[in-house]
Ligand binder design. Structure first.
Ligand SMILES: Nc1nc2c(ncn2[C@@H]2O[C@H](COP(=O)(O)OP(=O)(O)OP(=O)(O)O)[C@@H](O)[C@H]2O)c(=O)[nH]1
Ligand SMILES: [Mg+2]
Length: 234
């Protein structure tokens, strides 16, 4: 099943090392409204790039933070099943996370702990914000959602429904702008040990490959899926 041919250049993640480039990932169950929220925030002239092989959409955005121009890539998955096979590279180098649940479906709230656990396996330190979406009925905000409190994460109540409620649209913009600010400040202040470890692993496996190919006759028998080392689930 050698499906992975040449990677699209969008998936070259070296660019996220540049000072003015951040990667923000979006997590949450299927149909909680992740994509809808992105579209609502980026309504004016966004250019989503569908990378169907990877079940991935990249939303590119330019923001200004403290007078600096920042290029933001929002990473959005399409559907959970497809997601299972690509998690390591999805988390790789991410600088912040937006974790979404649907207030109208309890199970999506319960599953936050699974998403959060996986996030922390790959990115122990990055800022994460929790988004309660589909607040079409404003009374829901009176409910207490303890998950965010338990892990000291900021919680936003929004609706991506149709944008007629100005307050809700404003809140959506606020949450994305806060995520961008958090990503930039994480990038400036963190050592990013996980990235260094990943880099070391990559260098190490490249060196190994060079050592492991003495002559042409043996070369076809070795299969080294490079992401396996990074995945705790396999
Ligand atoms: N009522 C209501 N519906 C919403 C809201 N946000 C999104 N939806 C609807 O919920 C459905 C799922 O939204 P998506 O944005 O596709 O969900 P997703 O999280 O991206 O789902 P996957 O891509 O499968 O992971 C769509 O029919 C949206 O129109 C909201 O705030 N209120
Ligand atoms: Mg989606």
């Amino acid at each position: 099943m050698a499906e992975d041919k040449t990677k699209p250049s969008e998936l070259d993640q070296g660019k996220y090392d540049a000072d003015d480039n951040v990667k923000i990932i979006c997590l949450g169950d299927s149909a909680v409204g992740k994509s809808k929220l992105m579209e609502r925030f980026l309504m004016d002239g966004f250019q989503p790039q569908q990378l169907s092989t990877y079940a991935l959409t990249l939303y590119k955005h330019t923001a200004t933070v403290d007078g600096r121009t920042i290029l933001v890539d929002f990473w959005d998955t399409a559907g959970q099943e497809r997601f299972q096979s690509m998690h390591a590279s999805y988390y790789h180098k991410a600088h912040a996370c937006i974790m979404v649940f649907d207030v109208q479906r309890k199970v999506t709230y319960r599953n936050l702990s699974t998403w959060y656990t996986e996030l922390r396996e790959f990115r122990p330190e990055i800022p994460c914000i929790v988004v309660a979406n589909k607040i079409d009925d404003i009374n829901v905000t009176q409910k207490s959602f303890n998950f965010a409190k338990k892990f000291s994460l900021p919680l936003y109540f929004v609706s991506a429904a149709d944008g007629t409620n100005v307050v809700k649209v404003w809140l959506t913009a606020e949450l994305f702008n806060d995520a961008i600010r958090l990503a930039v400040s994480y990038k400036q202040n963190s050592q990013d040990f996980m990235d260094e470890i990943f880099q070391e692993l990559e260098n190490f496996s490249l060196e190994q490959e060079e050592e492991d190919v003495p002559d042409q006759e043996q070369s076809s028998s070795i299969e080294t899926p490079s992401e396996e080392a990074a995945s705790p689930h396999s």
